[in-house]
Write a protein that binds this ligand. Structure first.
Ligand code: FES
Length: 193
């Protein structure tokens, strides 16, 4: 049974009713208002989340696929991965032997060639073309460029020399050129990223 109560200090009846199950009318209005605010909140949030999700263009840019079928031993290519240069070199057997002849423990950043390449593909060296000192682009990927004293890459900015496995051997760079995440998608194709 619904009841209506008057205000103690006014003649006007207040909009407060009590139903038989004890739920006051005013409670329902408050709950309804909160629910409406919740829906509004969802409507506001969705476009924001939608705008934050990476577009298809950005997702495509986050990986780089390269065909290495025409890359011969001793050659390197420069590509771009996430707007930064990446070098892919097919090492000669002499360059592989040179890298493997160095005791790993003697290196500033101790990594073997096997650590830096993929099993079954140790002739393919993929590294970021960004000097680990202050970020210059080292020389050595293009034909005729200075490869430095260790026959790999040379950063002329402050004189960092990298060997045939792109490991730092001389100069101020603290670490080897970075090997990005990548995988072989076929015998001659890699996907970086
Ligand atoms: S940025 Fe390469 S040696 Fe300084």
């Amino acid at each position: 049974m619904a009841t209506t109560t008057g205000s103690p200090d006014s003649n006007e009846p207040v909009a407060e009713t009590t139903t038989e199950d004890g739920v006051r009318r005013r409670d329902f209005l408050e709950v309804a208002a909160v629910s409406a605010a919740g829906v509004g909140g969802l409507i506001m949030v969705y476009p924001l989340v939608s705008q934050m999700a990476p577009s298809a263009d950005v997702l495509a840019e986050s990986t780089t696929e390269l065909d290495l079928s025409s890359l011969e031993a001793g050659q390197a290519i420069k590509a771009t991965f996430r707007k930064q240069p990446v070098f892919v070199r097919r090492l000669t057997s002499e360059e592989i032997a040179e890298a493997n002849a160095v005791p790993t423990g003697s290196l500033r950043d101790a990594e073997s060639l096997a650590d830096r390449t993929q099993e079954g593909h140790e002739d393919v060296l993929v590294v970021m073309g960004v000097c680990t000192h202050l970020g210059c682009v080292p020389l050595g990927a293009a034909e005729g460029e200075n490869k430095g004293e260790y026959n790999g890459y040379f950063c002329p900015c402050h004189g960092s020399h990298y060997d045939t496995a792109a490991r730092i051997r001389k100069g101020p760079a603290p670490t080897n050129l970075v090997v990005p995440e990548y995988q072989f998608t076929s015998d001659t194709t890699i996907l970086i990223g």
